[in-house]
Ligand binder design. Structure first.
Ligand code: NOJ
Length: 736
């Protein structure tokens, strides 16, 4: 960290009370404005999730009425756009955008988000999420870049650059936050916040690399996970916070705890007796800013006064915080300026549409897509609970899933659902589009339409099995859908989950389609009408039967405000789909974890009642053309691979060239293959190009039990191709 006279001077004037206050992040939604004003006068360092005039007032109080007039940093969960503001641009979820495998796209998305957040005045977003989702039962799978460390690191670093720009003090630059440090997504049984049973070696091998890339990209802050590793809460894990994050990764911004974790040390994790212990240990471990646990203030002051905690610990934390504030230019401009008028402007909406297009993954196509409108089509039936539900399309972390006090919660235009996308696309063609809701997704979501004779309570039923009396009452919806589809030339069926089946507190034990969705598929199947199924969901669901019964399957995850338009463009061939899965789809829930970079075993890795391979593998995704790979070479000196890629079909497209490595002999067991490079290449029909990908040393490294990273000399297989599946890869063996 650079030495800074201004900050040293400021710290020398601060009392213990002022230092403790500077370390606090106050949750306005919990304490209310009256108490928030009090904290602002005391010199609180930060507030979270507050918008508009409340935010401006708190900023003004800090700058004018607090003793040292230190500007406040406001934090917000702008994780796929500035989504807590209903006027803002809502991008696809991180998982959906990871399907693009496009660093530039993620950088642009972060830039747009930063501009909108900054225009609101806010200087800090709690994004990107660098946890890996290696068991999709986890409720926060949608927030991640998927299952792979390399992809997460590359896309995460791109977002950091996009948020922060070249200079943090720029009008549209905001601080990013790499979270949740570390191992959080790997919690036992995919139960959010439970213990993670992994070693420090595993952490260094699998989970640290994305954080390393983010810190190398200059990420200003890191959020500490509220989970634990091998029984040690991350909040007091000094080894991870100091030895690894500061000393090894050279992180020089400030850390922030996750929500209320200092209190959780007492109330949930039960490793501390009282606030004094919890606050002292959290400070000693290396937490600079304390989110929500306001008891920290009195407790930490007491610990210093009574000689149990050296004041220099507070100095260090405050120095980290003030340095980031300084880099943000807050003393010159306490609130960011942004670009007036840019929130939700048409250029930003265009970026959201482009992100939605690149997020679409075509998973199955029996030659059915794209739909040729020159063929005789008279009627298309759009069916399904997620066909016209913008909440399902948006997913988690929006103004209706995480409302900020005083901000409206109802979905607001503009947006395009799948139904609307299809209707808009077919306008003027004379093709009739019918729509039917079909069935509910889960018990907490229900259709509010007017169905004579169906009582309201029925809508709240939990359709858990076919014998359930309430479930039976869903049948009128299904019957109506079948009637709507009868006589159609094509069914477009939108299935998935909804926002109350995802996020914190919403892990799933069963990844089958919930409610009566499978029954809906079966019933529609009896009509023998070609069917395109679209998955609008927060995560991979177990859909082998649906895939079997569908002529084409598209995965859109939570595609944001214009996803409906993007999906329609794919269906009707206006664009060639280029998305690739950043996460594997299990055949059944018990196949999890099914990520591609497994360590080898010798009993074939197969359950007796489930195939070995996932339904869809990491990296998979079809296009309306196909690509041929040849002439793979690897230059050992420059660690650069070259491969010839040819577009063999009749349509131009974008291929994502994926590069994997396998270490033939290593002193610890290593994955069967590991992604170590990728690049997107545009190819016209029939065009060939030689593509080069330079690999990092990290591709070849082994993490030894003591944590050191070495390249062990020997033979390595380098593979390149269309997906992680063996049959999609060609390889060369080289000696290093
Ligand atoms: C808890 C979540 O784990 C974290 O991701 C989020 O940034 C904070 N709450 C603040 O809302």
């Amino acid at each position: 960290m650079e030495s800074n006279e201004f900050i040293d001077n400021l710290i020398s004037k601060m009392t213990v009370e002022q230092k403790a206050a500077q370390m606090l992040q106050v949750p306005v939604s919990v304490v209310g404005m009256e108490e928030a004003r009090k904290w602002a006068r005391l010199g609180a360092g930060s507030f979270l999730n507050v918008l508009g005039s409340d935010m401006e007032e708190l900023s003004r109080i800090s700058c004018e009425e607090s003793d040292l007039k230190i500007p406040v940093i406001f934090g917000i969960d702008a994780v796929h756009g500035h989504c807590l503001n209903p006027d803002a641009t809502i991008f696809p979820s991180q998982l959906a955008m990871a399907c693009s495998w496009n660093r530039k796209l993620l950088e642009k998305v972060a830039q747009v988000t930063a501009a909108e957040v900054a225009t609101e005045g806010i200087q800090w977003t709690f994004s990107p999420i660098l946890c890996l989702a290696r068991d999709s039962r986890w409720g926060r799978t949608d927030e991640t870049f998927g299952e792979d460390k390399y992809l997460a690191g590359e896309l995460g670093a791109a977002m950091v650059k996009g948020y922060q720009g070249d200079d943090l003090s720029g009008d549209c630059s905001i601080a990013s936050c790499a979270k949740h440090y570390i191992g959080y997504g790997e919690s036992s049984g995919a139960r959010d916040s439970y213990d993670t049973e992994i070693t420090m070696r595993k952490i260094r091998e699998q989970f640290l690399p994305p954080f390393r890339k983010a810190t190398e990209a200059g990420c200003a802050t890191v959020m500490i996970s509220y989970g634990s590793i091998d029984g040690t809460p991350m909040t007091i894990n000094k080894t991870a916070l100091k030895d690894v994050l500061r000393d090894e990764l050279k992180f020089d911004g400030f850390t922030v705890t996750d929500w209320d974790t200092v209190n959780y040390l007492i109330t949930r994790q039960m490793v501390c007796r009282d606030h004094s212990d919890a606050s002292r240990l959290a400070a000693l471990a290396g937490n600079d800013m304390i989110m929500s646990s306001l008891e920290f203030y009195e407790a930490v002051i007491g610990e210093v006064r009574e000689g149990r905690l050296d004041e220099s610990v507070l100095d260090e934390a405050v120095r980290h915080i003030l340095t980031v504030k300084y880099r943000l230019g807050l003393w010159d401009s306490p609130l960011k300026k942004g670009i007036p008028g840019s929130i939700g402007c048409s250029a930003h909406h265009e970026a959201a549409l482009e992100a939605a297009r690149q997020s679409v993954v075509l998973l199955k196509n029996d030659g059915f897509l794209p739909i040729n409108l020159k063929r005789k089509i008279r009627k298309i039936a759009v069916i399904g609970p997620n066909a016209d539900d913008i909440r399902a399309q948006y997913g988690d972390w929006t103004y209706f899933t995480h409302p900020v006090p005083g901000i409206e919660k109802e979905p607001r235009r503009p947006y395009v659902t799948l139904l609307e996308g299809v209707r808009d696309r077919l306008e003027g063609t004379g093709i009739e589009v019918t729509y039917s809701y079909g069935c509910s997704v889960n018990r907490r979501y229900y259709y509010k339409g007017n169905y004579p004779g169906i009582p309201e309570f029925m809508a709240m039923c939990y359709a858990d099995n076919d014998h359930d009396a309430e479930t039976y009452k869903e049948l009128p919806f299904i019957n109506e859908a079948v009637s709507a589809a009868r006589g159609a030339d094509l069914i477009i069926l939108a299935l998935g989950d909804n926002y109350d089946q995802t996020g914190e507190y919403n892990d799933r034990a069963d990844l089958n389609l919930s409610g009566m969705q499978e029954a809906l598929v079966r019933m529609l199947g009896t009509l023998h009408i070609p069917m395109i199924t679209v998955l609008i969901a927060s995560k991979p669901l177990t859909i082998p039967k649906v895939v079997q019964k569908s002529d084409a399957v598209i995965c859109a995850f939570n595609g944001g405000m214009f996803s409906g338009q993007a999906i329609a463009e794919v269906i009707f061939g206006d664009i060639n789909p280029s998305g690739r899965l950043p996460i594997s789809f299990p055949v059944m829930t018990g196949q999890n974890p099914v990520y591609y970079d497994q360590l080898p075993g010798w009993h074939d890795g197969r359950y007796v009642d489930c195939p070995k391979n996932p339904l869809f593998a990491f990296g998979e995704g079809l296009s309306y053309t196909w690509y041929d790979y040849s002439d793979l070479k690897f230059d050992v000196k420059t660690k650069t691979l070259s491969v010839n890629v040819t577009n063999k079909g009749g349509m131009s497209g974008v291929e994502t060239v994926q590069v994997y490595v396998h270490d033939e002999v290593s002193s610890v067991i290593k994955p069967v293959k590991t992604l170590c490079g990728f690049t997107r290449v545009e190819l016209d029909a029939g065009q060939s190009r030689t593509v080069s990908v330079k690999l990092d040393d990290e591709a070849f490294e082994t993490v030894l039990p003591d944590g050191t990273r070495v390249i062990e000399p020997g033979m390595f297989e380098i593979m390149a191709g269309h997906s992680s599946k063996d049959e999609d890869l060609i390889k060369v063996t080289v000696e290093l």
